[in-house]
Design a protein around this ligand. Structure first.
Ligand code: UTP
Length: 409
């Protein structure tokens, strides 16, 4: 794309400000800016003026029960035997979603590099690898592990793993791939600039992981390895069990297209996405989308009807993921604090949200599956996410839970 073409394009979309500093740029900066403009998905920008994109219409919602802990315990031997067989045959891979920016924590490095240790270093990445290694040690088989990063944190992430010798994981079984980026905009839909020649770009959410994995060429490798299932999990839950044989076996034996680990809600208004049925298919409804009646309605035994919250640990059947790979996913428009340069070219770091990012979400993939095993776990043993600087779901609360589970910090 040359300057004249770029100018016509930005004028067409009301984004002339992208070329505001053109005269000040050197040759390579100009080239870089033109290629960024050429790569913009303009269709995204119009979404902010489309209310239906912001609050998508919901279908008919109904509660979905779960395979509850007492039943899991009663059938543990059966589930574990099935899970161990699949894991030994290396049929179950894992995908670590580590492309996020952790804006709530405000880190300037990948979230996985966060040190949760007190008297010794214990990095989030290290802790997650240890959790996977528990399964590897038990089955004697490595789990093919794919780590999703973004352009913003890929080099730091890969270097960190290398420097730490993959925390003891087999180099042959760990791969990194980079997710796509999309522009961020202000409240009027104008693309923000990070520098005079740099559009403000951010990772496109965690919903694009399978497409990015395929684009990176790893689908063929997965098939060649005989992988039939992929578990996706987040970078920040320090307690989570990944591919534990009981969960793996229960999901396979359920015959469902996916499994989702869920926790019993701590209170009717707990801020978690709840796994339910939407038009007969599994779906996740966010707490703010639920009516008062849905939040408080109870079953005969006194349990909440919508009682099980997701923790971002899903096990998907690979063939179903492939069948759905090219379907459009809902784009969510999320308000965030986005650093930008002002009209003078000075970088501003806002204290409050100042615009939108566009994201697709892995939870929307669950609705593409025909059915889902809702699998209850005990939050005290498996759920300690680090999202915020203080209070709920923070480093402090996660450390407490780690200690309660006997992890030396
Ligand atoms: P969150 O939704 O908690 O986002 O991600 P985040 O980026 O970590 O934190 P905030 O919201 O900016 O504070 C849940 C999981 O999805 C991954 C994250 O790395 C985390 O493991 N993720 C999120 C991606 O891999 N890519 C994305 O674009 C967004």
């Amino acid at each position: 794309m040359n300057y004249t073409e770029a100018k016509a394009l930005v004028e067409q979309y009301g984004q002339e400000h992208l070329l505001r500093f053109w005269d000040e740029l050197n040759e390579s900066e100009r080239e870089g800016l033109l290629s960024q403009i050429a790569a913009v998905d303009w269709s995204l920008l119009s979404l902010i003026h489309d209310q239906s994109a912001i609050t998508a219409e919901r279908g008919h919602l109904e509660p979905l029960g779960a395979l509850e802990i007492p039943e899991i315990e009663a059938r543990r031997a059966e589930f574990e035997a099935c899970g161990i067989e699949a894991l030994k045959a290396e049929k179950v891979g894992a995908v670590l979603l580590a492309g996020g920016q952790g804006t709530r924590l405000g880190l300037d490095k990948p979230k996985g590099m966060l040190d949760v240790g007190v008297t010794r270093p214990l990095y989030l990445f290290e802790r997650l690898i240890q959790n996977i290694m528990d399964v590897v040690d038990r089955t004697g088989a490595w789990i093919p592990l794919y780590v999703m990063t973004s352009q913003k944190n890929n080099d730091d992430t890969v270097n960190f793993f290398r420097e730490h010798n993959y925390f003891g994981y087999s180099e042959d079984y760990i791969r990194f791939f980079i997710q796509e980026m999309v522009p961020s905009v202000d409240y009027d839909g104008k693309i923000l600039m990070e520098g005079k020649a740099q559009l403000s770009m951010s990772p496109n959410g965690n919903g694009g992981w399978f497409l990015s994995l395929a684009k990176a060429g790893y689908l063929d490798e997965l098939k060649a390895r005989g992988v039939e299932w992929l578990t996706v999990f987040s970078v920040d839950n320090v307690l989570q069990r990944i591919n534990d044989p009981c969960y793996v076996g229960a999901t396979i034996l359920s015959g469902c297209d996916c499994g989702a680990k869920v926790v019993r809600k701590a209170a009717p208004d707990e801020r978690v996405g709840v796994l339910c049925l939407e038009d007969g298919r599994p779906s996740i409804v966010e707490y703010y989308e639920m009516t008062e009646e849905m939040l408080t309605s109870r079953k005969e035994n006194g349990d909440l009807s919508y009682n099980f919250g997701v923790i971002l640990n899903y096990m998907f059947r690979l063939s179903t993921l492939e069948d759905n790979m090219n379907k459009n996913m809902q784009v969510h428009i999320v308000e965030k604090k986005i650093p930008y340069i002002d009209g003078n070219g000075d970088l501003q770091k806002p204290e409050a949200p100042n615009g939108y990012k566009f994201e697709t979400l892995v939870l929307d993939m669950v609705h593409m599956m025909k059915d889902c095993l809702s699998y209850e776990i005990d939050r005290h043993y498996e759920f300690a996410p680090i999202k915020n600087r203080e209070g709920v779901d923070s480093l402090v609360s996660a450390r407490e839970l780690l200690r309660e589970n006997g992890v030396e910090l």
